[in-house]
Design a protein around this ligand. Structure first.
Ligand code: UDP
Length: 270
C-alpha cells in the first residue's frame, strides 16, 4: 500500500480517497503529495488510468454534457484544480484539503521523471508548443525523459494514427492538451487501447510552460485570482468565463436546496 512521502507525517495511506460531488460532478479530496503517491502507484501497476483536473468550467460543461460528466465521475482521479471547486467544497461542508493545479502537477511530474525515469509524452496544443514545453521541462530538470511530443488533434479521422504513434513510444505518462472537454473525452475513448498507465488532460498547461501564454504571477495564484488575470490578459474569453459566476450561483442554490451534494468514500482499488 502506498505512503504519503511528505517525510514529516507518520504513515498516511492513500488507498481510500473520499470525494465530494459538486453539482453532481466528482472532485477527490486529495493533497498534492497524495496525488503524486497515487500516480506512482498507477505507474507501478501498469494498467491505464485517467486523470481529470476539475474546475468550475468543467462542472458547468458537465451539466449539459452527460458523457463528460460520466468521464469525470468514472476517472481514476478527479483533481481539485480550480479555486472555484476549492471554495465550493468548503461552502458545501466537504472541503478538499488543497488545490492540485494541473499545470503544477505537470511540472512536478517532469521533476519526478528526472529521478525515476518515467517516460512522458506531450500531445496537443498548437504545432511546436508541446515540443517546446517538453524542452523547457527537460532544461529545468535534466534527465527528465520525453518519450515524444506531437500537436495532433482530437478529430476522429486522426484517432487511429494518433493512438498508434503514442503506443509506439510506450510512455508511462501521457499529457493531453486539446482543451476540455475534447481532451478528456479523447482520453476516455482511447484509454484501453493506448494502454498508458497515466493519461491526463492538461488544458493550456503546455502554453504556459512553453511561455506562449503568460501564467498569472504567483501572488495572484496564491490568492486564487488566475481567473482575474485571464480576464485581463485574454479579455476575448469573457464569454467562457461566465461559467464562474454561474457556477457560484448554482452552488449556492444547491446548498439552499440540499441537492446534488453528497460526500462519498471512493475506493481506488489499488
Ligand atoms: N487545443 C488543441 N486542439 C484543439 C483545441 C485546443 O490543441 O482542437 C489546445 C490549445 O492550443 C491549448 C489547449 O488546447 O493549448 C487548451 O486550450 P484552452 O484555452 O481551452 O485551455 P484551458 O482554458 O482549459 O486552460
Amino acid at each position: 500500500m502506498p505512503r504519503d512521502n511528505c517525510g514529516r507525517c507518520s504513515i498516511l495511506y492513500v488507498s481510500d480517497v473520499s470525494s465530494v460531488y459538486i453539482l453532481g460532478v466528482r472532485v477527490d479530496r486529495v493533497t498534492f503529495q497524495q496525488t503524486l503517491a497515487l500516480i506512482e502507484t498507477f505507474i507501478a501497476q501498469g494498467t491505464p488510468h485517467q486523470i481529470v483536473t476539475v474546475n468550475p468550467e468543467f462542472v458547468m460543461l458537465a451539466q449539459r454534457n452527460p458523457t463528460f460528466r460520466q468521464v469525470i465521475n468514472q476517472s481514476a482521479l478527479a483533481l481539485p484544480d480550480g479555486i472555484g471547486v476549492w471554495w465550493a467544497s468548503r461552502y458545501l461542508g466537504c472541503p478538499v484539503p488543497e488545490r492540485v493545479p494541473g499545470v503544477d502537477l505537470v511540472v512536478r511530474l517532469a521533476q519526478l521523471s528526472a529521478h525515476k525515469g518515467y517516460r512522458m509524452y506531450f500531445l496537443g496544443a498548437m504545432p511546436g508548443v508541446a515540443a517546446r514545453a517538453a524542452a523547457v521541462l527537460q532544461a529545468r530538470f535534466p534527465g527528465a525523459v520525453v518519450a515524444g511530443s506531437y500537436s495532433g488533434s482530437p478529430r476522429l479521422e486522426e484517432n487511429t494514427a494518433l493512438v498508434e504513434r503514442i503506443r509506439a513510444k510506450d510512455p508511462d505518462i501521457l499529457f493531453v492538451a486539446f482543451g476540455a472537454p475534447a481532451q478528456d473525452l479523447w482520453i476516455a475513448r482511447n484509454l484501453e487501447t493506448l494502454s498508458v498507465p497515466v493519461c491526463m488532460g492538461v488544458g493550456g498547461s503546455f502554453d504556459y510552460i512553453a511561455g506562449v501564454r503568460p501564467l498569472a504571477p504567483q501572488w495572484m495564484r496564491n490568492l486564487g485570482l488566475e481567473w482575474l488575470y485571464r480576464l485581463i490578459t485574454q479579455p476575448w474569453r469573457w464569454r467562457r468565463m461566465l461559467a464562474l459566476p454561474l457556477f457560484v450561483w448554482y452552488v449556492c442554490w444547491s446548498r439552499w436546496n440540499r441537492k446534488n451534494h453528497r460526500l462519498v468514500n471512493h475506493s481506488l482499488h489499488l
